[in-house]
Design a protein around this ligand. Structure first.
Ligand code: SF4
Ligand code: SF4
Length: 378
């Protein structure tokens, strides 16, 4: 396990240029220098010099971060800020009794059973809440796309090892939608009992638990498969961080194969880009495959939803304030659906609508859930 000391040279690379201020959603809301990477690095430099203690107060500022990685994208020194904050948080938490108690909730037994219970509750709710897709759709004016963009076919059948994210286990509709859509492709879906990719444990500084989840999952990633398939951008990003390359998210996969998703009634959608999603090239291609689907880009479509693991619990007021900005931008599109590719973002979008009093808001769906609603897939 790396220590904060191992990152001393990297931290010292921070030139204090302040560019991170211009992109940090937490800084934009608070104007607090300690919220942004520059301020955090100044504190951590003090810790490394021995001038400051890694105290409760510094931990509070480490928690004041969405791990959205926006500052990393823009940092001229190319500093991987999230990794450094995770290690600093681990060093603080491992010596702190309260954090150790919270970590017990993340133990394999407690965490996995919690996910199972949430999944069962969702299944019960879903069986009572089935409604037909188009009952309440608004008619929309402009159809953007009706043609399929042909993409080169790869060899078939493809063996896809399905990494079912734990939040999607708690919300099984995404899994059924993914399976429904994949019946239209020449693929073999391999399922294994993966556990959480570990991203929530990184967020809480529980690097020991992250390592346990990573090693467990890596042992299951040994079979002959063409791709590991995810339905969540955060899972995809975390698995890549394990050092696994053959990972693809369901949207990138769908965009590789020419299909038509035919919706009988016109429908308007917008898309929220999860922070962990590295590119959105699939979006235009998939929209081109859809008939009767109009896309309206929301303002700041790549801005964070404000949810982000522990952040929503520890900084709830701020999390909701960031969510409200997102909700306003979504509402302005007049879309029937807001699509995304991360179940945690979906929770964040919902939180934003509630906080902004948007009780009648666009339906929130994973992209593959929306595609599964097509009347015909050919
Ligand atoms: S953008 Fe990078 S180098 Fe500049 S202040 Fe922020 S962390 Fe430091
Ligand atoms: S990761 Fe996001 S929230 Fe955290 S300091 Fe960087 S820009 Fe701000």
């Amino acid at each position: 396990m790396k220590t904060l000391k191992d990152y001393e040279k990297v931290i010292n690379k921070c030139s204090k240029c302040g560019l991170c201020q211009s992109v940090c959603p937490v800084y934009q809301q608070t104007g607090n220098e300690c919220a942004v990477s520059r301020g955090k690095f100044i504190m951590l430099e003090g810790v490394l010099r021995g001038d400051l203690k890694l105290s409760k107060n510094i931990n509070k500022y480490l928690d004041l971060c969405l791990k959205c990685g926006k500052c990393k994208e823009y940092c001229p020194s190319g500093i991987d800020v999230c990794e450094i904050f995770e290690v600093a948080k681990y060093e603080y938490c491992k010596k702190n009794i309260k954090s150790r108690i919270i970590w017990l909730l993340e133990s394999k037994f407690v965490f996995n059973n919690l996910i199972k219970v949430l999944g069962r509750v969702q299944k019960l709710l879903n069986s009572d809440m089935k409604k037909s897709f188009f009952n309440k759709q608004k008619s929309v004016q402009n159809k953007i796309c009706s043609e399929v963009t042909p993409v080169k076919q790869t060899c078939s059948p493809l063996k896809l090892l399905y990494f079912k994210g734990c939040v999607n286990k708690a919300y099984p509709k995404v899994e059924s939608a993914l399976k429904k859509v994949l019946t239209n492709y020449d693929v073999e879906l391999i399922e294994k009992n993966f556990e959480c990719c570990g991203v929530p444990f990184l967020s809480s500084g529980n690097l020991e638990r992250f390592e346990q989840a990573k090693q467990y999952n890596l042992k299951l990633m040994v079979d002959d498969y063409d791709y590991i398939l995810t339905d969540c951008a955060s899972c995809e990003d975390t698995i890549r961080g394990y050092g696994v390359n053959k990972v693809i998210n369901i949207a990138d996969f769908i965009s590789q194969y020419p299909k038509k998703f035919i919706f009988k009634k016109k429908v308007k959608v917008t898309f929220h880009k999860p922070c962990h999603l590295k590119n959105t090239d699939f979006l235009r291609t998939i929209l081109d495959m859809c008939q009767n689907v109009e896309y309206v880009e929301m303002k700041d479509y790549d801005a964070c939803c404000g949810f982000a693991g522990e952040f929503v619990l520890k900084n709830n007021k701020l999390s909701r304030a960031i969510g409200i900005e997102k909700a306003k931008n979504i509402m302005q599109t007049g879309a029937d659906y807001v699509l995304s590719l991360c179940p945690a973002c979906n929770l964040g979008l919902h939180q934003g609508f509630v906080a902004n009093n948007n009780f009648k808001h666009p339906k929130i769906k994973n992209l593959v859930e929306f595609l599964a609603l097509a009347d015909e897939i050919i």
